[in-house]
Design a protein around this ligand. Structure first.
Ligand code: HEM
Length: 204
């Protein structure tokens, strides 16, 4: 059996599989993956994720050392999300934009934790780009050109698997160097999933 240090990404996948499944089953996720998803559902989805990503990315990118971010190959997704949101908002009527804003929830800022916890959060946000690609393909099929740029959902595009490999390799290197503690990273990822689940569950 491989040690956690040699393959932390596999351990993370196993440890968070049930949490991932629960999040996929939330109404907002079922809606976005449904055959009848509308452009307004997509707009609402982006609005909700903006509320989640704004405090989380602010905490991550200001706290984790820049060289660690570079080694992990992580970049903020919020600018892409805001660009997609602007593109979608421009297609809406004023009434549609106003009614979607009313459905917005006030979400909590994440509590600051140690570097292991933060890297666990990076795992969740980077992993979400894998599923994001699948969601983007689904929306492309249903919505066609109305989907627009999908800069956020298909964040890494054709580089998705190369970026994921870099992230996985950096996790193992950082564990090997004693900078990260594997079980603490896993706990951070689980806590992040639980937090996001709670917040996404508030969205009908
Ligand atoms: C409708 C919603 C979702 C669908 C259909 C979905 C689908 C997927 C799929 C198919 C993968 C595996 C991709 C691959 O192996 O190439 C994946 C991975 C992942 N997703 Fe999701 N996902 C969804 C929502 C989310 C959300 C909301 C999060 C967290 C914010 C998330 C976090 C992750 C993570 C961390 C991984 C990586 C798992 C690993 O280590 O391999 N997903 N997702």
């Amino acid at each position: 059996m491989q040690s956690l240090e040699k393959n932390l990404i596999v351990a993370l996948r196993h440890a968070t599989a049930a949490a991932h499944e629960s999040i996929e089953q939330l109404p907002i996720m079922c809606r976005i993956m449904s055959a009848t998803v509308t452009r307004l559902d997509y707009y609402y989805y982006l609005l909700v994720l903006r509320e989640l990503y704004t405090p989380l990315e602010a905490a991550l990118y200001t706290t984790v050392a820049a060289d660690i971010q570079t080694r992990l190959g992580v970049r903020p997704k919020l600018p892409a999300l805001l660009a997609d949101l602007n593109e979608q908002a421009a297609l809406n009527t004023e009434e549609q934009n106003a009614s979607a804003e009313l459905r917005k929830h006030v979400l909590l800022a994440p509590a600051m934790q140690d570097v292991n916890h933060l890297v666990g959060s990076f795992y969740v946000l980077e992993g979400a780009t894998l599923g994001g690609r699948i969601i983007a393909r689904h929306l492309q099929k249903v919505l066609g050109a109305e989907l627009g740029g999908a800069r956020f959902l298909d964040f890494h595009g054709e580089h998705t698997s190369a970026v994921w490999k870099q992230f996985a390799g950096a996790l193992d290197d950082l564990c090997g160097e004693g900078y990260l503690e594997p079980n603490a990273v896993i706990n951070g990822a689980l806590a992040t999933f639980a937090d996001l689940y709670q917040q996404l569950a508030q969205c009908e």
